[in-house]
Design a binder for this molecule. Structure first.
Ligand SMILES: [Zn+2]
Length: 65
């Protein structure tokens, strides 16, 4: 049984809430309880590291579907 990694949206398409970890990275629903960190979107602007930790709620965090 293996979890298939899901790709993240491009950094430029994230909403403010998604960047702040307040909304699901895939469906953009506001996160309440049960949110899990699902990875980091690597981004860079010049010398600035813009890595963003992204979160998903129970809506999308499951790997069973
Ligand atoms: Zn979701």
């Amino acid at each position: 049984m293996s979890a298939t990694p899901r790709s993240f949206p491009p950094p430029g398409e994230l909403t403010w809430d998604q960047s702040a970890g307040r909304a699901c990275i895939w469906c953009r629903r506001p996160l309440t309880s049960g949110a899990v960190s699902v990875g980091i979107i690597r981004d860079q602007f010049g010398a600035h590291n813009l890595d963003t930790e992204v979160w998903a709620g129970p809506c999308c965090a499951s790997t069973t579907h």
